[in-house]
Ligand binder design. Sequence first.
Ligand code: NAI
Ligand SMILES: C[C@@H](CO)CCC[C@@H](C)[C@H]1CC[C@H]2[C@@H]3[C@H](O)CC4=CC(=O)CC[C@]4(C)[C@H]3CC[C@]12C
Length: 369
Amino acid sequence: MADSAQAQKLVYLVTGGCGFLGEHVVRMLLQREPRLGELRVFDRHLGPWLEELKTGPVRVTAIQGDVTEAHEVAAAVAGAHVVIHTAGLVDVFGRASPETIHEVNVQGTRNVIEACVQTGTRFLVYTSSMEVVGPNTKGHPFYRGNEDTLYEAVHRHPYPCSKALAERLVLEANGREVHGGLPLVTCALRPTGIYGEGHQIMRDFYRQGLRLGGWLFRAIPASVEHGRVYVGNVAWMHVLAARELERRAALMGGQVYFCYDGSPYKSYEDFNMEFLGPCGLQLVGARPLLPYWLLVFLAALNALLQWLLRPLVLYAPLLNPYTLAVANTTFTVSTNKAQRHFGYEPLFSWEDSRTRTILWVQAAGSSAQ
Ligand SMILES: NC(=O)C1=CN([C@@H]2O[C@H](COP(=O)(O)OP(=O)(O)OC[C@H]3O[C@@H](n4cnc5c(N)ncnc54)[C@H](O)[C@@H]3O)[C@@H](O)[C@H]2O)C=CC1
Ligand SMILES: C[C@@H](CO)CCC[C@@H](C)[C@H]1CC[C@H]2[C@@H]3[C@H](O)CC4=CC(=O)CC[C@]4(C)[C@H]3CC[C@]12C
């Protein structure tokens, strides 16, 4: 009996395990995966919080490494049963070059897949993104869509291009023979905009509001809806998908799943106010204060300034033509595919997700001053 319990213990590897989502996946695995024997956390930058996890019953191994280095990835993957690949360069602001984004997101994912094949790891869950689908460059709304909704996915920006290519690599790798002769089983999860504890853009909006005396100014019409999802639920979906991939390989292998929960559909700004409001900020204007053509002009000006200043300094404001287009296009998801395929139900209610996020914003905002 003791032997069979021992035999069931699994080794998990989380790439990007020190990022916003990755940290939640790591903590969720430790709390909710009973078969976990060893947890490897692979990241370019390791967080000091990992140390406190090393005192628990599960062996936690911190690995500083770069997904673009194939040998580092292969060494980390060797002997793992399951890989959750969340590492990625999330940049829609022009901080990194298109080449770097491609290298990390596409070549990094290729390295993870090849490492699984070479070392005999059979189960791979990839964190994709809604951006693989849209919004497209034409600004078409995606309204209450699901995984089968027809939508013209047209990408030009390096980030969605890289996520789309990487997702395709992961899905095409499903069924490949890994070392030892068994097939690789893969799936991809597509979060919409994630919020929750650790969300840096939310913290930046809070600090900006504090600097402006408690005011934020509406730029996007309230009628433009965004689907958002709480980070704890995204992490939970990763844990469940990873757990069920073996048992439901035929159903789940090669599949994509949007990440969803009960968060309300609202405009990006109104949704943020669910947290920033209780922290004392106010959103001014029932309608956008600036005409849209002026925002388009300012976004284009920011892009020009970024290009002109690049040799001297990195100028990467939140507003650029791409972020404006995303913020100004409805993208909402309504699906139950993950529930049907592997029994996913959100672990955190909307009220819970909201309260946790508010507490974090309050703490993060005050520690910043
Ligand atoms: N934040 C969001 O709203 C959404 C994020 N995603 C995806 O979720 C994943 C995680 O995103 P976040 O947690 O938001 O980003 P994040 O930037 O907080 O986390 C990414 C982690 O990957 C690590 N990383 C980056 N380059 C690396 C490299 N070359 N080698 C090893 N580690 C590296 C970073 O150090 C960081 O810890 C990404 O794949 C992203 O594309 C998908 C949809 C929405
Ligand atoms: C025009 C500004 C006025 O307040 C608001 C600008 C907000 C933007 C910075 C964000 C609006 C929508 C966000 C993106 C969206 O949530 C989908 C995403 C998915 C990902 O995989 C990565 C992050 C992001 C692209 C996210 C980035 C920030 C926004 C563009």
